[in-house]
Design a protein around this ligand. Structure first.
Ligand code: NAP
Length: 543
């Protein structure tokens, strides 16, 4: 394997020297950090490139007030080091962004990872050089890196999306997307603020900033089903219990479909009496986090009668919390059922609309026409603001990947290849792009629990190639075709494909409508990957 040395780059006229590595990884978030750790353990030379000035990925960029986990903190940490698990004290059951960023810095420092990370570096282009079997990687500021293996750990939700509103740059006040919240913060005290969007991000942000702004206007297009987070501090005794029980916590996460700590009740909601059903709904509603979503009767989360029954229960929970019945009805989703979209967890979200300084505007009825110098113009009114916050989501899963101009060996770019939706094998590799591992795209759920085994599979695959004197890996066309068919056909059976949302690219105008993640449970995906590896990387060509 190559050592990290400088050699003259060939090709497109850039005259500087390319740094040589075995593996280049894009992204210093959870997946990138762990990739670096594993690859280093295996003796590879690695360079991690990240646009940010520090580690953390999602937890670096999302500094908006209220940003926090909705997975239990202790289920979200890395599991690979017992020492780390015992040293780190999570302070809250659902930890906030500042603490999460501190945690990832602690990990990076403990394992001395930062020396192999190049910050403030945005990758613009990557070209596969077939004769040399090297990826040539270029950054916006003209630096060049060459590597045999190329890992994109760029995150599922990192390419922020702002709708193409007319006049967006004419606004004279301050504005930001929540995923690019300024590091120095935003002074919202006493300001007139407009928030566009009511997804999981806005739902965390709104109740916090409502307390400090002079006036807040929320532009809602689609109401969301939100569930109480019920966060709290972790006391000393609980801390001791958590630390003693990590193997059990991780075991439980590994057994559930989304790698969360919660597993469905195997009973059908419809096979128990209405009284028992309601009792279970009420009990779960009082529990913290995703329990009320993921520990319910199993059929509450599949299309059908049980899902509709639970939807009605949640609709009434929303109505109970909002004083003005008209506003309550605006906040009650009626165009999709509970769980069809990812359920945002909230603290005081609905009560925010009981405040005198908060106004909810329905932009489905009167869409936003343009942004003006002074604020937002809808079809029937104009609103003046000092600050506009775009909580308008992400070009999810493929967005950040395809923002990089990636050229494979077929003359096709990855963007061209994915024009009708992702074409991969297991979300990890794509025909025509040898030795490229798109490991952002393959997992969803409790992110760290899903990312750790995926990184281990990928880095073990790279070790296998080296130790067996192969040089490259790429899927077969048959395996890729079969995977795409599986994602599309089995995806159709899931709730996720039943409504417009980012999982199917429906939030981005012009994006192909296709399920962007695997339709399988996390244990099924791990088993599938393990079987593929055990069968000599079945479905891949090694040469
Ligand atoms: P999102 O769920 O995609 O929400 C975007 C919001 O912007 C939606 O309300 C959307 O309305 C609205 N919007 C988009 N274009 C619009 C337009 N032209 N006019 C008016 N409204 C418009 O994005 P997000 O809230 O950032 O959340 C994305 C994902 O990030 C979540 O599903 C979750 O997976 C993750 N997340 C996780 C956490 C956590 O773990 N704690 C926190 C925040 C986010 P429509 O619904 O009508 O499209």
């Amino acid at each position: 394997m190559a050592s990290s040395q400088q050699t003259k780059a060939s090709g497109n006229g850039v005259s500087n020297e390319a740094e040589q590595y075995d593996v280049v990884v894009i992204g210093a978030g959870v997946t990138g950090l762990y990739s670096l750790y594993c690859l280093r353990q295996l003796g590879f030379t690695v360079r991690v490139l990240d646009e940010a000035s520090g580690v953390g990925g999602t937890w670096y960029w999302n500094r908006y007030p209220g940003c926090r986990f909705d997975s239990e903190s202790y289920s979200y940490g890395f599991s690979f080091s017992e020492e780390l698990l015992q040293e780190w004290d999570w302070k809250e059951h659902f930890s906030g962004q500042p603490e999460n960023e501190r945690y990832l810095n602690y990990v990076a420092d403990k394992f001395d990872l930062k020396r192999d990370i190049q910050f403030n570096t945005r990758v613009s282009k990557a070209v596969y050089d077939e004769p040399k079997n090297r990826w040539h990687i270029e950054t916006l500021d003209g630096r060049r890196y060459d590597a045999q293996f190329f890992i994109t750990a760029v995150g599922l939700l990192s390419a922020g999306y702002i709708p193409d509103f007319k006049g967006i740059h004419s606004f004279q006040g301050k504005w930001t997307h929540t995923g690019r919240w300024p590091k120095e913060g935003m002074d919202l005290a006493g300001k007139r603020v407009g928030v566009i969007g009511t997804g999981a991000t806005a739902v965390q942000l709104i109740p916090i900033i409502a307390q400090e702004v002079e006036h807040l206007t929320v532009f809602q297009r689609t109401a969301n089903f939100c569930a109480p987070l019920r966060n709290g501090l972790i006391d000393d005794e609980t801390q001791r219990e958590i630390k003693a029980n990590y193997p059990e916590i991780f075991k439980r996460c590994n057994e559930t479909s989304g790698s969360f700590m919660h597993e469905f009740d195997p009973r059908s909601a419809m096979e128990v009496s209405p009284e028992e059903r309601l009792e279970q709904y009420e009990k779960l509603w009082e529990e913290p986090g995703f329990k009320k979503w993921l520990s319910n009767f199993q059929d509450c989360m599949a299309p059908g009668e049980a899902n509709e029954d639970y939807t009605e229960f949640v609709q009434n929970k929303i109505r109970e919390r909002v004083n003005d019945p008209e506003v309550a009805e605006m906040l009650v989703p009626k165009d999709h059922t509970f769980g069809a979209k990812r359920v945002p967890c909230e603290t005081g979200y609905y009560e925010a609309y009981n405040r005198d300084n908060v106004l909810l505007v329905d932009v489905r009825k009167a869409p936003i026409e343009c942004i003006t110098e002074t604020g937002v113009k809808t079809a029937n009114a104009e609103y003046e603001f000092d600050v506009i916050i775009y909580a308008t989501g992400y070009d999810a899963v493929t967005g950040a990947l395809l923002n990089i101009d990636i050229h494979g060996n077929s003359g096709q770019t990855l963007k061209e290849k994915f024009v009708d939706g992702p074409r991969t094998y297991m979300g990890i590799q794509s025909v025509g792009f040898p030795n490229l591992f798109t490991i952002n795209a393959a997992s969803v759920g409790n992110f760290v629990r899903a990312a750790e085994p995926l990184v281990e599979w990928t880095t073990e695959c790279i070790r296998y190639i080296r130790d067996n004197e192969y040089t490259r890996i790429s899927p077969t066309l048959e395996a890729e075709d079969a995977w795409v068919k599986h994602v599309n056909e089995d995806g159709e059976k899931t709730l996720r494909t039943k409504t417009d949302n980012w999982f199917i690219g429906a939030n981005i105008p012009g994006k192909a409508r296709a399920l962007l993640t695997a339709p399988d449970s996390a244990p099924a995906m791990r088993a599938k990957r393990a079987a593929v590896a055990a069968n000599g990387y079945e479905g891949f060509v090694l040469d």
